[in-house]
Design a protein around this ligand. Structure first.
Ligand SMILES: Cc1ncc(COP(=O)(O)O)c(C=O)c1O
Length: 396
């Protein structure tokens, strides 16, 4: 319950500290309105000198005192230490499922475990021009899964978009492992970015002289889900191959495609390529099982080469040997073929293997989670928990 009292008293031109409160917007009497969150406060149309706000049993805070609307609408100016305090409060008040355990920044030249300090410079070319690449690696039982494979991909992406490396491959790998080690993370993910770095706000990166590496360790205890999901065909245009095959930070089409799916109650929207063949999802690859029991996957020439999908292809060879699959085919897949498949699944490091039970209005197979998707998920989980050192790296 928020109550507002208005009084006229000694003018204080400096807005005072705002702690413990998060505000939405509400109206004040006499056409004065207030909206505040983390120190951004506005007072309009009024000659009031002081506004107090009280929230349930907290002590009132003096929020805005001013003689004129101009003074009152001033945005607070913080010193470095005050700004850091604000960032700390922001992080403390943030309620999310994920915890950010550690961040490495080449700008800092080290690792921090304080989420308030997990920031990157505004003038980094990656921030204001999207000139950067990123990748991930899952953390399972304190081991990094497929780090080398993801590292190879980020280095390939960096070279495709002309981002120089701040360090050589081995140093990057050592930094990433050390960041996870400091985080003491057992389950979650490591995400990392390579960028041309800070410099200025020009389009050209010619004045960005120090390429940057950033990495963050995110704890995520939620289990991998195997329940079947619905997908739709994306109406958001697919990225052209040059941009779809690089894992850059330009994920606007991917975000819009995901939002489009959520709007219609689906989990993801599937892209078709410019020839109408099945391409990929916004952050996952797609695979099918044909009625003849072939595992079918679109080729990777116009989409991101998924590390998980490639691992699944390797693990599926065991299913072929065991007679659970007839074979594996990587080729163009038509929508018709996909929709008539016995099984459909999404594959990616965030979801592992997720069965699809409906695509647009078409029920896939018998509308239930299929045995091949289930088998592949089990194989992948087993691989993450006890795979060979080529895919599973212990974090000291
Ligand atoms: C567009 C896109 N396709 C596919 C994938 C799956 O790749 P991976 O299995 O390496 O996570 C991703 C992963 O982020 C992606 O962004």
């Amino acid at each position: 319950m928020v109550s507002v009292s208005v009084s006229v008293s000694k003018p204080i031109l400096q807005p005072t500290k705002l702690q413990d409160h998060k505000f939405t917007s509400f109206s004040l009497p006499r056409n004065v309105s207030f909206q505040g969150r983390l120190g951004i406060r506005f007072l309009r149309h009024g000659s009031l000198r002081e506004v107090r706000i009280t929230r349930s049993s907290f002590q009132p805070d003096v929020l805005v005192v001013a003689d004129s609307p101009d003074e009152a609408s001033q945005v607070p100016v913080f010193s470095c230490s005050e700004a850091i305090e604000r960032l700390k409060t922001f992080r403390e008040n943030q309620k999310g499922k994920q915890k950010f355990l550690a961040m490495y920044s080449s700008v800092l030249g080290g690792i921090t475990t304080d989420p308030a300090a997990m920031v990157i410079p505004m003038d980094d070319h990656m921030v204001h021009r999207g000139h950067g690449v990123f990748d991930t690696a899952a953390i399972m039982d304190g081991h990094l899964y497929e780090l080398d494979q993801h590292l190879d991909r980020i280095l390939r992406s960096a070279s495709m978009v002309r981002v120089d490396l701040p360090f050589d491959r081995e140093s990057i790998k050592r930094i990433l492992i050390q960041t996870v080690s400091v985080a003491k993370c057992q389950k979650g993910s490591l995400r990392y970015w390579l960028s041309v770095g800070p410099g200025d706000f020009q389009l050209s990166p010619s004045d960005c002289h120090d390429p940057a590496l950033y990495a963050i360790v995110i704890q995520d205890q939620s289990p991998f889900v195997s329940k079947g999901i619905k997908v739709i065909t994306s109406s958001i245009p697919i990225k052209p191959p040059l941009f779809a095959t690089v894992k850059s930070v330009n994920y606007l089409p991917n975000v819009l495609s995901k939002m489009e799916a959520e709007d219609s109650g689906a989990f993801a929207a599937i892209w078709l390529d410019n020839y109408g063949f099945v391409a990929e999802g916004p952050n996952m690859n797609v695979a099918f099982v044909t009625k003849e029991k072939y595992l079918l996957m679109p080729q990777f020439d116009k989409i991101l080469s998924g590390c998980t999908a490639k691992r699944v292809l390797t693990l599926a060879e065991g299913m072929v040997r065991g007679g659970n699959l007839q074979g594996i085919r990587i080729r163009n897949v038509t929508v018709e073929e996909g929709k008539q498949a016995e099984e459909m699944m999404l594959i990616g490091s965030g979801i592992l293997v997720r069965p699809v039970v409906q695509w647009d209005d078409q029920v896939i197979g018998d509308g239930k989670e299929g045995p091949v998707a289930k088998h592949l998920l089990d194989l992948l989980l087993e691989d993450m928990k006890s795979g060979t050192p080529t895919v599973r790296m212990p974090v000291p």
